[in-house]
Design a protein around this ligand. Sequence first.
Ligand SMILES: [Zn+2]
Length: 77
Amino acid sequence: MRLEFFLEMNMILPSTVQLAVLKFSKSSQEDDPKDKCVMCGKETPYPKSTHIDFRDYYVEGCGQLCGDCWNKTDSRA
Ligand SMILES: [Zn+2]
C-alpha cells in the first residue's frame, strides 16, 4: 500500500524536487530535533524536516508514531 503511494508520488513530483527534499532532510539532520511518537512520546528516527512520504509509521491527520504504537494501532485494520 505504501509502495503504491510512493510510486504515485514519483509520477507527480519531478525528480529534481525529490532530490531537493532528500538533500535538505539529509543536510539538516544534525540541527533538526527528532519527531516524537504522538502516542507515547518516544523519539522516532525521523527529524521533523523529513517529508512524511519518506517516513514509516506516519499517520496522516494524526502524526508520527513509533514502531510499537504503530503495531498497536495497525491491529484495528
Ligand atoms: Zn509510541
